[in-house]
Design a protein around this ligand. Structure first.
Ligand code: DON
Length: 308
């Protein structure tokens, strides 16, 4: 299969639709991003890289970072993390608070904001916030094999100043005893993790271990066990697109994680790691064109985990 031709075609056929969707503006710094951008990058398990469009422009990965943070937390705290966060789709918005009261401060899954905040609390154990932020950044650089990846301080600051909902979620969970550190420290880690800036090319490289049974086929390192990689993929498939997870599985059929910066990381197990980016979001907060691009890619390659 000529994967370069496939993604060139996708980029070309979406050229006229650039700008579709609505850029996230609840984080003021993200509202400044030019909506007319689209990039796609694909790294295969045999180490080939294919790119099209704005694949080397850095963007705010936002919630896509939750995959890397979960991987880090599982490495530190092991399966014990599931006592403090669930593994079920929430069927509600990424920043919803409604289930938390009935479920005693235990978030439904590690990808909704509440769940990711608990995961940050776990990674913070034994560290100062700055050290935990450094650890996340080092981990992402290691996965992407790229020391140039950085955190966009302006985005982190913008969210620190306006993240009232995340403050509410964190305080609420703290009242149930499900946060062990100071709310400001946990949120400091969370906002900086979300503000990591990466290109599609870097993101597709960083996700490669999930397409290759937990092993990085380029560096030769084992990142996680095959069982853990399979389970992270399962969570991405069921929970990675929030209230749009069912629709994403229906149309694309790949484990995926979206972010409000307009990025999506999708995994074709045994085949490739794919990153797409287009800032305009659909109604449930996932990249509008990114989702369409992945649907086209899955159709053309037959990579859906549900079969061709
Ligand atoms: O906490 C927030 O609201 C953002 N930093 C991240 C949310 C996000 O990316 C949801 N994804 N679609």
């Amino acid at each position: 299969m000529d994967l370069q031709a496939v993604i060139d075609d996708i980029a070309l056929s979406l050229a006229e639709r650039r700008g579709e969707g609505k850029v996230a503006d609840y984080i003021p710094e993200l509202a400044k991003v030019d909506p007319n951008q689209f990039g796609i990058a694909l790294t295969t398990v045999d180490g080939q890289v294919f790119t099209a469009g704005d694949a080397t422009t850095p963007f705010s990965i936002q919630s896509v970072s939750k995959v890397f943070m979960l991987t880090l937390a599982l490495g530190k705290a092991g399966e014990g993390i599931w006592k403090r966060v669930g593994r079920e789709p929430s069927g509600s918005a990424f920043n919803s608070i409604v289930q938390l009261e009935q479920e005693h401060g235990i978030p439904r899954n590690p990808f909704i904001n509440a769940g990711a905040i608990v995961v940050c609390d776990m990674v913070l154990a034994g560290h100062k916030p700055k050290e935990a932020i450094g650890e996340v950044l080092r981990f992402v650089r290691y996965l992407a094999d790229d020391e140039t990846i950085s955190i966009d301080r302006a985005v982190a600051k913008s969210e620190t100043q306006t993240g009232f909902r995340n403050h509410a979620l964190a305080n609420f969970m703290r009242s149930f005893g499900n946060l062990h550190h100071e709310v400001d420290h946990v949120l400091g880690v969370y906002f900086h993790q979300c503000a990591i800036a990466m290109t599609c090319r870097q993101l597709s490289r960083a996700g490669l271990f999930l397409a290759a049974h937990g092993h990085d086929p380029i560096s030769g390192y084992s990142v996680v066990s095959p069982k853990r990689a399979r389970r992270i993929n399962a969570l991405m498939l069921t929970c990675g697109h929030y209230d749009g997870s069912g629709d994403f599985a229906f149309h694309v059929g790949l484990p995926g994680k979206s972010g409000v910066g307009g990025g999506i990381l999708a995994i074709a197990p045994g085949k490739a790691s794919i990153a797409v980016w287009s800032p305009g979001l659909n109604k449930v907060g996932n990249s509008a064109l990114g989702s369409v691009a992945l649907e086209m890619l899955a159709a053309r390659t037959g990579w859906s985990v549900f079969g061709t």
